[in-house]
Design a binder for this molecule. Structure first.
Ligand code: FES
Ligand code: FES
Length: 171
């Protein structure tokens, strides 16, 4: 029985091909093989959300998936959030400005979940934000600063969207 399998996948817009042990988890593959160590490993059983990445646009726990299950997928990790010039994404800016992190261990998972939320819902209610944050564990912040960060991130993204629309209309 084969213990290794060839996979191809795209991560943050870059194509990768690798021979992986069929028992390797997706998070171990991202961190160990691709050196994308921004995705963190906490509980390793789907509870804490530190390992959250986007798989074909949907947030998944990468500790609960095998790398071979991501064959052919389009993935985005926290490293994919920053702008090409290295500048912070508006969600990252908002977390920095509103102190949405202390030790930062949980932060990559929060950022990816919030990214998914705000792509689907530009103006979420507090209840909708709480619903998403409830799936991510933070031991440091008490969540109030994270709530403020998400509200600010939503506002920044709405303003950036309105600015882009105005520029397109005047072009
Ligand atoms: S490490 Fe994946 S959910 Fe905790
Ligand atoms: S900032 Fe430390 S666990 Fe969230």
């Amino acid at each position: 029985m084969a213990t290794a399998q060839q996979i191809r996948l795209t991560v943050n817009g870059v194509q990768h091909e690798a021979l992986v042990d069929v028992r390797t988890t997706l998070v171990d593959f991202l961190r160990g093989e691709l050196c994308l160590t921004g995705t963190h490993v906490g509980c390793e059983h789907g509870v804490c959300g530190a390992c959250t990445v986007l798989l074909n646009g949907s947030a998944v726990r990468s500790c609960l998936m095998l790398a071979v299950q991501a064959d052919g997928a389009d993935l985005m990790t926290v490293e994919g959030l920053a702008k090409a010039d290295g500048g912070l994404h508006p969600i990252q800016e908002a977390f920095a400005e509103e102190h949405g992190l202390q030790c930062g261990f949980c932060t990559p998972g929060f950022l990816m979940s919030v990214y998914e939320l705000l792509r689907q819902n530009a103006n979420p209610s507090d209840e909708e934000i709480k619903d998403v944050l409830g799936g991510q564990l933070c031991r440091c912040t008490g969540y109030q600063s994270i709530m403020r960060s998400v509200r600010l991130a939503a506002r920044k993204l709405r303003e950036a969207g309105a600015q882009n629309q105005a520029q397109t209309a005047s072009a």
